[in-house]
Design a binder for this molecule. Structure first.
Ligand code: CIR
Length: 255
């Protein structure tokens, strides 16, 4: 959770066409831009360098850069999104990562995998199978990261949940914030787990970025729990990204 760099991409007018499981309203670009600026400023406040890429109007979900790659200390791996409309975002991200890393590998298929299904902890890489990430994608990732000394463990994303990390996030070397429905599967046995408050499941997607935990605003019970546990919590507006099933982790690549 200690990072010197992050990559983000500005939301553009086409976000109104972004993918969503359920239509709960059209995202407002102005509001999303404000939230996004607040997010980027908070990352920068930690001293990290944030590379902000321009909006990509041809790809309505391109603001959710996390799904395009997995960034590890040894190198980056370009993903192969299960969502067909998102596959082209990877090519758009590649040059930025090639400029930052000596080694950039890629998932070439036939499997699929999206960054939102991957939780990297100090000891392993957890990958949730989901509607976007399949066994073949996970198998290819496992092979690619083995020479770098990383072990991959396949887990399951709960039914009806977009990505594994929609329901969890890493808070520190051994602590994970998770919804009860995900923690109940036992996938975090051996870690310390803090549960989101009942009714605040959407607070589970946070990021620990250097000294801060960035979490979506509007989940006071979970925020209070995290503060009581000693975390320096920053609440960022997420109302517009939430309409597209997006949250704190989706908005950046961190390394
Ligand atoms: C999608 O359905 O792909 C986007 N609307 C949301 C992606 C969220 N990304 C993430 O959780 N890493």
């Amino acid at each position: 959770f200690e990072f010197t760099r992050a990559v983000t991409r500005k939301p553009g007018a086409s976000i109104i066409d972004g993918l969503r499981a359920q239509d709960i309203g059209t995202p407002n670009l102005e509001t999303m831009l404000q939230h996004h600026a607040d997010y980027v400023a908070t990352l920068r406040e930690t001293g990290a360098r944030v590379i902000e890429l321009p909006a990509l109007l041809d790809f309505p979900d391109a603001v959710f850069v996390e799904d395009t790659a997995l960034c590890l200390p040894q190198g980056a791996i370009l993903m192969r999104p299960g969502a067909e409309t998102r596959r082209g975002e990877v090519v758009q991200m590649a040059p930025t990562l090639r400029a930052q890393y000596d080694e950039v590998l890629e998932i070439s298929g036939p499997g699929f995998i999206e960054g939102g299904d991957i939780l990297t902890t100090e000891r392993e890489i957890l990958v949730g199978r989901s509607a976007r990430t399949d066994a073949a994608g996970i198998a290819e990732l496992t092979e690619l990261v083995a020479p770098w000394g990383h072990a991959v463990r396949e887990v399951h994303t709960p039914e009806g949940v977009l990505h594994f990390k929609t329901d969890c996030s890493l808070l520190d070397a051994e602590t994970i914030l998770a919804t009860q429905r995900l923690a109940a599967t036992g996938c975090f046995d051996g870690y310390r787990v803090i549960n989101t408050a009942p009714g605040e499941e959407a607070a589970a997607n946070t990021i620990r970025f250097n000294q801060f935990v960035l979490m979506p605003a509007g989940f006071p019970k979970t925020a209070a729990t995290l503060r009581a546990a000693g975390y320096d919590v920053r609440e960022i507006g997420n109302s517009e990204c939430a309409k597209l099933d997006g949250g704190m982790s989706c908005l950046s690549l961190r390394f």
